[in-house]
Design a binder for this molecule. Sequence first.
Ligand code: EPZ
Length: 428
Amino acid sequence: MDKIRIRGGQPLKGEIVISGAKNAALPLMAASLLTEETLRLTNLPDLADISFMAHILSEHGVGVYLNGNAQGSGYSNRLVELTAGRITSTRASYDLVRKMRASVLVLGPLLAREGHAEVSLPGGCAIGQRPIDLHLSALEALGAEIELLEGYIVAKAPKGLKGAEVVFPKVSVGATENLLMAASLAQGTTRIVNAAREPEISDLADCLNKMGARITGIGGGTLTVEGVARLHGAEHAVVADRIEAGTFAMAAAITDGELELLGARAEHLGAVIEVLEAAGVTLRESNRGLSVKRANGRLSAATVETAPFPGFPTDLQAQLMALMSTAEGTSEVTESIFENRFMHVPELCRMGAHIEVKGSKATIHGCPRLNGAEVMATDLRASVSMILAGLVAEGETLMNRVYHLDRGYEHVERKLADCGADIERLKT
Ligand code: EPZ
């Protein structure tokens, strides 16, 4: 298994092209099941999870044409053409779903298109139990009959789905996406109250509308979907990855460098902008993206609680903790979305960070120096937080289990090395 070796101390200087968002591309790919015509997605990131979703869709009979590879500094000009001319199977097997939870996003589209779907329960994951009850209750509100059989969700809607009002008791990105896709082909109108407002949701809604759906209220917490009889093919560019942009913004800050993040959009960063500015980082918008550097050389502590968009994203919590490990003062980070998302803490502490965890709150006592160490990646975002720490730590950091990283960051070591980081991937 590959490792990544970093020798800390180099301030990052230069520009990084922000790739298409993994968490937008995955539901967008699932949306191809809603039409027999071709859905063409461009600005597709070159990631393991994307290739895996392509494989899952091909198991349902979707024709997949994936081309182009990441060029140059990791900017991927990849595109995929997905044609679900005929669905050959409405069953998503445990063997596939357990490897990537986002596979559950085929449930809504299969049910809407075929009136039937059998999708394995995804099971838990490292960061939490992550149930899908909200997905199921939303589809039942549209008239689906759902039962659980031998670990599989068996959903039926032989007469099609009917529009309804669905009020989510808590914000769920995936449940909002499954419901949006299913409601697009339902008979009548669906109103989604307390919908997730993440930019990836808006990107999906924009693409569905290009396919002939009738979704209004995009970007807000209440979405209205007027069901149509069929959807047609379309072309759509995947929105830039706000989590990647936030990660590299913190890389510029932690190394006291200066980066231009090409394609990054300030309005997609929500509370991240205020939190970083309060910590002593300036983020200046340009027509090419975002320029990021420290305001006056110092980093100060922050107090943050993760929340649904536009709050501070849970997917940037681990990265912020690495940044705050080197700031002046004591920071507090509360993880309110997932129940077990502090696995990066023991690894950061092995690098010299002073972090205490009590329940869902971590207290970070900033220290002037981190030390390189051999560390273990545990989940996608925890792994990149160790890269951030390694970029500023004295000495060498060696990270194992790099496959976690490859799931969500497109050629991260190439993008960082192009900006002066002493980082390389060791093929073992
Ligand atoms: C999406 O996961 C993202 N994944 C996650 O990114 C992200 O952390 C999360 O949204 C929150 O922003 C993709 O988009 C592929 P949720 P999702 O449903 O949809 C609970 C990454 O690193 N919940 O918004 O699974 C759930 O347990 C990944 O890229 C229910 O209780 O997240 C969690 O506590 C990690 N019942 C909270 O809601 C449900 O039916 C938010 O989950 C669904 C969710």
